[in-house]
Each structure stands twice: as structure tokens, then as C-alpha cells.
Ligand binder design. Structure first.
Ligand SMILES: Nc1ncnc2c1ncn2[C@@H]1O[C@H](COP(=O)(O)OP(=O)(O)OP(=O)(O)O)[C@@H](O)[C@H]1O
Length: 261
């Protein structure tokens, strides 16, 4: 059996004259936490956009769970089991925390418009099941107590967790996290490390994350890919990657003393 859940080969994309992603080849195996790191502007978010259907690559191929998803639309890729969060958090600030998670279930309700309008019993049952699942996911990310608060009033780190809960509501096999620790304090980042480990070990999730917090990256990632100017400059186990002179020169050197993680 092919153990790769996501295989990307030769993927590329330009903005005008800028080659934002150049010949990206990357494999994420089932049950792994993989990290995509690199300096600002290296092309990491663009990679996520290409993989998740928010941008079209001009060359290369992406295969998810045995299905060619190259250039497919975002909602179709999501339905196949790939969910993501965004660097710039996208929540409905006027809705409650719980309602934001329920949005993640959108489109999964069976029965359509009329059963919703008429509030048929089957529809109401599904709705209750989703509310229970939303509450479980909020408990998982540590936001159960804030369930009825307005999302717009939450602290930044909590908003990131809420985005994760909403992505999890689509019941993904692969979760792409774009800078999940951005804006979190030290304690929140430590809790996030534990949560990511739990998602992998207890919920069987495969995760690909972009992150600048090297302590988190070194703690949670089984494998790393380093991008610089759109190109992969190193790939492998975190310890090997951080000792790679090209990586130290491009990125890690000023950010991370050896043994800091
Ligand atoms: N829609 C766009 N139009 C034009 N240029 C873009 C667009 N999106 C990204 N870029 C450029 O492509 C390059 C890669 O950007 P990207 O956001 O993927 O990098 P990144 O590694 O995620 O950076 P950061 O760590 O700062 O978030 C940058 O030079 C950026 O300015």
C-alpha cells in the first residue's frame, strides 16, 4: 500500500515574473506531522494554496489519497478529506464560537432545503448530532468554556484554535495548518504542541504545517521540507535538516541556536 497520503511532484506557480513555487516535490505519509518551513516570502502559503485548490499550478501534479487533485476546486478537495486553516484567520466574528464550528459542517447535512425549512425529524436529528460533534471538537481544542461567546471577542491564540476546530469539523484525513502558533504566547504554543500530537496519535490525522516557531516545529514534526525562494533546499528528519549548512545559511542560523528546540 502506498503510505503517502499526499504526493506533490514538480509543482510550480508564478506571479508575473516571480517564480513563487518552483518544482516542489513533497510527500506526506499517513500518520505523520510534516513541516514546511522557510524564510518570509519563500513560497510556503502559495504551496498550500496550490495543494488546497485556491490557486492553479502551471506545472506539476498533486495526488491526495490516490486521487489527482491538480487544479481541482477547493470544495472538491475538501470533500476528499483535505482541510486547511489560514495565515490570516477567517472567522465569522459576529457568530458564536460554536456557530463558527457548525459552519464547518455546512453542506454535510442530508435532506436539503425543504427538510431544513420544514424542520423534519431526520434533519433535526442530524443538526443535534452536529452540535454534539461541535462541542466535542471545542473541548478537544480547549474552547469548551467559550462556546457561546462571540468569535470576534476572542484572543488571537484562541481564534487560531477555533479555526482548527472548524477545519476538523469537515472530518479531514489531512489537515494543513498555516502558522498555527502565530500570535500565541509560550504557554499556548506548548498546549498547541500537545494538541497536534494528540490529533496525530489519537485521531489518526496527518498534518502538514507551516510554522516560524522553531521550538514547535522541532517538537512536533516528524519530517521537514525547507523552502527558499520557491525551491526546496532541504528535506528530511528535523535533526538532519537543522544541521544542513544550506538551511542554516538560508534560514535557521539567526533564528535557532543548536539545542534551542
Ligand atoms: N497573489 C499574489 N500575487 C503576487 N505575488 C504574490 C501573491 N501571493 C504571493 N505572492 C508572492 O509570492 C512569494 C511567496 O509568497 P508566500 O506568501 O507563498 O510566501 P510564504 O513563504 O508563505 O511567506 P510568509 O512566511 O511571509 O507567510 C512572495 O514574494 C509574495 O510576495
Amino acid at each position: 500500500m502506498n503510505r503517502a497520503l499526499l504526493s506533490v511532484s514538480g509543482l510550480g506557480c508564478s506571479f508575473g515574473g516571480l517564480r513563487a513555487v518552483d518544482d516542489l516535490t513533497l510527500e506526506v505519509r499517513r500518520g505523520q506531522v510534516a513541516g514546511l518551513i522557510g524564510p518570509n516570502g519563500a513560497g510556503k502559503t502559495t504551496c498550500f494554496d496550490l495543494i488546497s485548490g485556491r490557486g492553479r499550478p502551471d506545472c506539476g501534479r498533486a495526488v491526495f489519497d490516490g486521487v489527482d487533485i491538480t487544479g481541482q476546486k477547493a470544495h472538491r478537495i475538501n470533500r476528499l478529506g483535505l482541510a486547511r486553516t489560514f495565515q490570516n484567520i477567517r472567522l465569522f466574528d459576529e457568530l458564536s464560537v460554536r456557530e463558527n464550528v457548525l459552519v464547518g459542517f455546512h453542506g454535510r447535512l442530508r435532506g436539503g432545503f425543504f427538510s431544513a425549512m420544514l424542520r423534519l425529524p431526520g434533519y433535526a436529528r442530524q443538526e443535534r448530532a452536529m452540535e454534539r460533534r461541535a462541542d466535542e471538537l471545542l473541548a478537544l481544542v480547549g474552547l469548551a468554556a467559550q462556546r457561546d461567546e462571540r468569535a470576534g471577542t476572542m484572543a488571537y491564540g484562541q481564534r487560531r484554535l477555533l479555526e482548527m476546530a472548524r477545519a476538523l469539523a469537515t472530518d479531514p484525513k489531512l489537515l494543513l495548518l498555516d502558522e498555527p502558533a502565530a500570535g500565541m504566547n509560550h504557554g499556548e504554543t506548548a498546549a498547541l504542541s500537545v494538541l497536534i500530537g494528540r490529533l496525530r496519535d489519537k485521531m489518526n490525522l496527518t498534518i502538514l504545517l507551516i510554522e516560524h516557531d522553531m521550538r514547535l516545529v522541532m517538537n512536533v514534526c516528524d519530517t521537514l521540507t525547507v523552502l527558499d525562494h520557491g525551491k526546496v533546499i532541504a528535506q528530511g528528519a528535523p535533526d538532519e535538516v537543522r544541521a544542513d549548512p544550506r538551511v542554516i545559511e538560508a534560514y535557521l542560523g539567526p533564528e535557532l541556536e543548536l539545542g534551542d528546540a
